[in-house]
Design a protein around this ligand. Structure first.
Ligand code: AHM
Ligand code: MG
Length: 338
């Protein structure tokens, strides 16, 4: 599509649904509600340096981490934007331990929503990029009752849509419903998301790696060897690789999606399950990256095939360009069979 033709997010979603005569239009309404929440959060993120919103609320989230005010704001906005549309029967947020039920006065829907309202929140105070991540499934329990853990604890392969919003030098919303990955940049003057990245494909092989190297001492030996391998000089395989790490997963993975790259948050001797959460961080990012032609695993198993057992569980994550992820898996598996 020519970039001179304006394709709004709303129109793009509707045109996608037209290709599926069985579609009810519900997914488009739901995504457009989500995009409204994204616009409100974006506005607030952009104001963060101007208003007295920086700093801690003093509360801890379910992981015992300090919560910043903007996290709470984004969490509340998402719930307020999404709980009354009649689309969902339950929601989960990184900022709330238990299932978020739909208030009795609103209609219950056939989908569940899992989200991280503001990922990378340690970057808020220093004007670095942060993001919102979301993941949507169809419920599996009967339609007329509130959603349950069973509806929420589905494997990533069952996602019907996933996306992220990156609040960076501009705000971009990237989503997939399984057929292509599309990016829409927010025009702040008239508040519309416009198609800017059509049918994103991640390069099969890259020369960028993203990992917190400060944890090197605690890594398992297979990973140590892999990172050393990336740093060696070899013209044929385009090494050494460059290292890029924002410390905000949405920003790191978005860059790698466009330029090619591998992002890693491994398990280590201190954190046997890594840091990142399966349900609202790793699964949605994996869905997007896989649809774009990339790969995502925990080192041994495809992320989207992990059977979740709890809402906030963590998993190691290796995600990005297919050949690079396959390579790190080889290094990890070689060490395991020793
Ligand atoms: P958060 O959900 O508390 O913001 O933590 C997740 C973030 C990711 O965005 C990022 O990749 C990672 O934490 C960075 O962690 P570290 O500072 O340990 O490298
Ligand atoms: Mg997070």
């Amino acid at each position: 599509m020519s970039k001179t033709q304006f394709m709004t997010l709303a129109r793009h979603i509707i045109e996608g649904e037209k290709r599926h005569p069985e579609a009810t239009g519900e997914l488009s309404r739901l995504l457009s509600d989500l995009s409204l929440a994204a616009k409100v959060i974006s506005l607030e993120v952009n104001k963060a340096g101007l208003v007295d919103i920086l700093g801690y609320t003093g509360d801890n989230n379910v992981h015992g981490e300090k919560v910043k005010k903007l996290d709470v704001f984004a969490h509340n906005i998402l719930i307020r934007a999404m709980d009354h549309g009649g689309h969902f029967c339950a929601m989960v947020s990184e900022e709330e331990e238990e299932i978020i039920h739909i208030p009795a006065k609103h209609k219950i829907g056939k989908y569940v929503l899992l989200f991280d309202p503001l990922d990378g929140s340690s970057n808020i105070d220093v004007n670095n990029s942060i993001g919102t991540i979301f993941s949507i499934y169809k419920r599996i329990t009967p339609d007329d009752k509130p959603g349950t853990h069973e509806d929420l604890l589905q494997k990533g392969i069952k996602q019907v849509a996933a996306g992220y919003v990156l609040y960076g030098s501009s705000t971009i919303l990237v989503y997939t419903t399984g057929e292509g990955v599309y990016g829409f940049t927010l025009d702040p003057s008239f508040g519309e998301f416009l198609l800017s990245h059509d049918d994103i494909k991640i390069p099969k092989k890259s020369r960028i790696y993203s990992i917190n190297e400060g944890n090197y001492l605690y890594w398992h030996s297979g990973l140590k060897k892999y990172i050393k391998y990336l740093q060696e000089e070899d013209e044929k395989t385009d090494r050494p690789y460059s290292s890029r790490y924002v410390g905000s997963m949405v920003a790191d993975i978005h860059r790698n999606l466009i330029y090619g790259g591998i992002f890693m948050y491994p398990s280590d001797h201190r954190h046997p399950k890594g840091k990142l959460r399966l349900m609202y961080e790793c699964n949605p990012m994996s869905f997007i990256v896989e649809v774009a032609g990339g790969r995502a695993s925990d080192g041994e198993q495809r992320i989207m095939e992990i059977q979740p057992t709890s809402l906030h569980e963590r998993t190691p994550l290796f995600i990005g360009s297919e050949e690079d992820v396959k390579m790190v898996e080889q290094f990890i598996i070689q060490e395991l069979v020793k």
